[in-house]
Design a protein around this ligand. Structure first.
Ligand code: FAD
Length: 356
């Protein structure tokens, strides 16, 4: 019997931890390496919306759109509910009911399971909305979770399945070996593996550059704001023209917001102040929110292509898994990467996604 291949995964965010779990569960010899610790990267600053219905039907997750919810449900079953996903659904609308209706029609045409709700129906789902919209799209199957916690759960599950975790040292050089395999340089230390998966989020582009591989991947900032709330004031994800918000725990509300620069008139603190006002205006109980933290996270966003997933041309022992939205796609792509690496057949969904 051939020994299981020794596989290193660089990066223990939601993507690397999911891949580590699926590989270890299938008996691969896995070492998960992270400079800071599982779930310490942008994953810890993500909003945690597992959606498919409200995502752009032609966006980067389009290949996987009919699978992501089911794959998360299956993964969470395998982990006995430890991902703690709340499948409460999501409400979304724009300030023009005509646009909401048009988007709803697009989603229906693309076969998404969404319904269109009127004011009274929206108010029943979210009684704290002070001015429920005339029309809103409801995606009943969408879920929410705490991505940093989930990455740590997945890393722990990988270790329970036999993976080793190496934390506290960054990989600063990658050397594909002419005889096969890959050498990783971690400070003064070196380690060799049969295969290496680069899942270091936005840092993957920097790790690949010295190899002459320029990836269409950029670090794109986005803002996560956390407010303390004396009581829960939302039941599910609400994406309105004024805010995208959900309860993270009964006493914390989180919002995701676009980054507008760091000038004093539009920096993250200014954005948080604006959000606090919008939440106070829009929600009963919003006046009682107090700001807890404002964090900027750098998302690994592919430019002009789908997720970057597959073997490096000319270095088949080196595998890339870098993409946004990483939280939504981690359960699906994590399983497909394990299949690709261990069965040596590229799953149909991953065809055409390998770096060039
Ligand atoms: C405000 C905000 C809201 C978001 N909301 C959502 C959402 O609702 N749904 C969604 O799908 N996505 C969302 N995202 C995007 C999501 O956070 C990312 O797509 C996802 O977390 C990427 O995961 P990752 O594992 O690839 O990267 P990371 O979480 O960044 O993981 C990479 C890991 O690699 C490690 N690392 C880096 N360099 C090295 C090195 N040289 N050596 C060793 N280790 C290294 C880091 O320490 C880190 O732990 C959001 C992002 C932000 C900022």
């Amino acid at each position: 019997m051939r020994a299981a291949p020794r596989i290193a995964i660089v990066g223990a965010g939601i993507v690397g931890s999911a891949i580590a779990y699926f590989l270890a569960a299938r008996g691969a010899s896995v070492t998960l390496i992270d400079a800071a610790g599982p779930g310490a990267g942008v994953t810890d600053r993500a909003f945690g919306w597992i959606n498919v219905a409200l995502a752009d039907p032609d966006g980067p997750g389009a290949n996987f759109k009919h699978r992501v919810i089911d794959d998360y449900r299956k993964l969470d079953d395998r982990l006995h509910g430890r991902l703690n996903i709340a499948w409460q659904g999501a409400l979304s609308w724009s300030d023009d009911p005509g646009r909401t209706e048009a988007r709803f029609a697009d989603l229906k045409r693309a076969d998404h399971r969404v319904t269109l709700l009127d004011t009274a129906q929206v108010a029943r789902l979210e009684p704290t909305l002070k001015s429920p919209p005339a029309l809103a799209i409801f995606a009943p199957e969408d879920g929410m979770m705490r991505p940093g916690v989930s990455a740590r759960v997945l890393a722990a599950a990988a270790m329970e399945a036999g993976a080793a975790l190496r934390v506290g040292q960054a990989v600063d050089n990658i050397e594909p070996l002419p005889t096969g395999g890959v050498r990783l340089w971690l400070g003064n230390d070196r380690a060799e593996f049969d295969r290496v998966v680069l899942a270091a989020g936005a840092a993957v582009a920097d790790l690949c550059r010295p190899l002459g591989l320029i990836l269409p991947l950029e670090a794109s900032p986005s803002i996560l704001t956390r407010f303390r709330s004396p009581v829960p004031i939302l039941n599910r994800i609400v994406e309105s023209p004024e805010f995208e918000a959900r309860m993270e725990t009964p006493n914390y509300l989180v919002t995701a917001e676009s980054y507008q620069g760091d000038r004093s008139d539009c920096g993250p603190e200014v954005v948080a102040t604006g959000l606090r006002k919008a939440l106070a205006t829009g929600l009963t109980g919003g006046e009682a929110l107090t700001l807890d933290s404002v964090q900027v996270g750098m998302r690994p966003v592919q430019v002009g292509c789908g997720p970057i997933v597959g073997r490096v041309p000319g270095s088949p022992c080196l595998y890339i898994a870098a993409f946004h939205p990483g939280v939504i796609l981690a359960a699906t792509i994590g399983g497909l990467v394990a299949q690709d690496m261990l069965d040596e057949t590229v799953p149909t969904e991953l065809e055409g996604l390998a770096p060039r």
